[in-house]
Design a protein around this ligand. Sequence first.
Ligand code: SF4
Length: 364
Amino acid sequence: MKKNEIWRSYGTDYKDLTKRLLRQAGLAELLPSQDARIAIKPNLVTPSPAEFGGTTHTEVVAGIIEFLQERGFYDIIIAEGSWVGDRTEEAFEYCGYRNLARSYHVTLLDTQKEKGFTVDCGGEKLTICRCVKDWDFLINVPVLKGHCQTHITCALKNMKGLIPNSEKRRFHTMGLHRPIALLNTFLKPDFIVIDHICGDLSFEEGGNPVVRNCVMAATDPVLVDSFVCSLLKYRIEDVPYIRMAEKLGVGSSDLSSLHLITCEGTPYEDLPAQNLLDVSYAVDEFDSCSACYGVLIPALERLKEENLLEKLSVPVAIGQGHRKKTGKLGVGTCTHGFLTSIPGCPPKEDDIYLALKEYILKDS
Ligand code: SF4
């Protein structure tokens, strides 16, 4: 497979579709010797079934495992760490990965439990899970999704599951985009299989899946994310970490040189432009974690639908930048110094919705 290629297939037999795609795209020619340890990195951001649009389908990972085992590769690890606020172990269970690992005799590795080591990434020190040192070949298996902070999430951002939780929090204090780009200078997947079966186009945790029944394969994460921008009708500039990663030599965002190869099936019609209900005017966001911001936005949307949001007299503070500060209204333990602070790290969407509703009704 050439760096400027993205291969894709459409169909509903996800496991066999993936196997055929990997054969057609030439994964076998890229694999190391059979005694190599191969890591598969899905996206299990939260314990929700893949059909909700937030997590990688087990069928896609099963297709990859069968492809590898049929070629004599048996030292296979599935490694992932859910976002801050959810436990990977629960995601392994609810997303079907425990059964998957049992059936294929592969190892599940919860990177939330891994110790970190510090490494120079593009001139900046980042902490990465130690397990990555033990792998010979990394297959990144992101879900093509929208994201309420970065607009899109796919190949580049999926590497965040291979850093400890403390580092995930720190990434948000560093502005999120730059550390994602830096991380990809060190964590370089050897192959990328993209689950574009039914990702949620607004929120990374899923909830509003948009069915496309597509699996894609590529090797350049910058090209993949640039292509995702075009699919979701964003400009590449709307997602700053893509160009940052390109400048650091991670890959190319040049879509004019993209060679898109459709192996099987017929592409669906274009994805709709994303029209997130804009509730950001009601938020005072400062270095918030995705898990926190990702539950606040739907809670605010519920209030907006009930015509309550416009009655909110102060913005809702959220994020690590509000630690040790005071104010009127905040969400998450980072705002515990505020007069009204909705507890949790991150809080639950329902708790935020109910507490804000009570606040608005008392206030008005
Ligand atoms: S409370 Fe603070 S640290 Fe916890 S998830 Fe929210 S922003 Fe992150």
